[in-house]
Design a protein around this ligand. Structure first.
Ligand code: THU
Length: 154
């Protein structure tokens, strides 16, 4: 018998410890929450993707009265980025969430379906996609999608 141990390294930053580029991306994800459509959950999520040519695209969660028809901010953003800029890798994805008028303290953790889409995006462009999860108490940095989805189906 053999055992495999899979580890995820998460760096936790305070906002002012981040690079200017990362701060800007977090700001864009936070701003995007204002464009969320979340009448059912009242949980507004924004995401911002930095592409390899420097373009930033943002997206939000979009809910629907037929609940499963809605989509998370991460997938809105990645599908939009891949639709509009199919030749640009996604280098960094930042995510922020707001509820009851304030940003959450502990970072949001993306759902399984979004992790699978992140894995596909990373694989498609053949380079790591860094993930920044914003929380008021600290920002988690995960260096690639395997950190969120180990042993991914591919
Ligand atoms: N949601 C996201 O947009 N991203 C996540 O990482 C988790 C959850 C959305 C889905 C739904 O619109 C609302 O947040 C509550 O689950």
């Amino acid at each position: 018998m053999k055992e495999l141990t899979l580890t995820t390294h998460v760096k936790v930053y305070q906002y002012d410890e981040l690079s200017e580029e990362d701060r800007k991306l977090i700001d864009k994800a936070k701003e995007a929450t204002a464009r969320s459509y979340a009448p059912y959950s009242q949980f507004a999520v924004g995401a911002a993707a930095l592409l390899s040519d420097g373009t930033i695209v943002t997206g939000t969660n979009q809910e629907n009265v037929a609940y499963p028809s809605g989509i998370c901010a991460e997938r809105t953003t990645l599908f939009y980025a891949n639709s509009q800029y199919p030749d640009q890798a996604v280098r960094v994805l930042a995510i922020a969430a707001k509820t009851e008028g304030d940003f959450i303290g502990k970072p949001i953790s993306p759902c399984g379906a979004c992790r699978q889409v992140m894995a596909e995006t990373e694989k498609r462009y053949g380079q790591p996609m860094r993930i920044l999860l914003y929380g008021k108490q600290g920002i988690y940095e995960i260096e690639n999608v395997a950190g969120l989805l180990p042993l991914a189906f591919d």
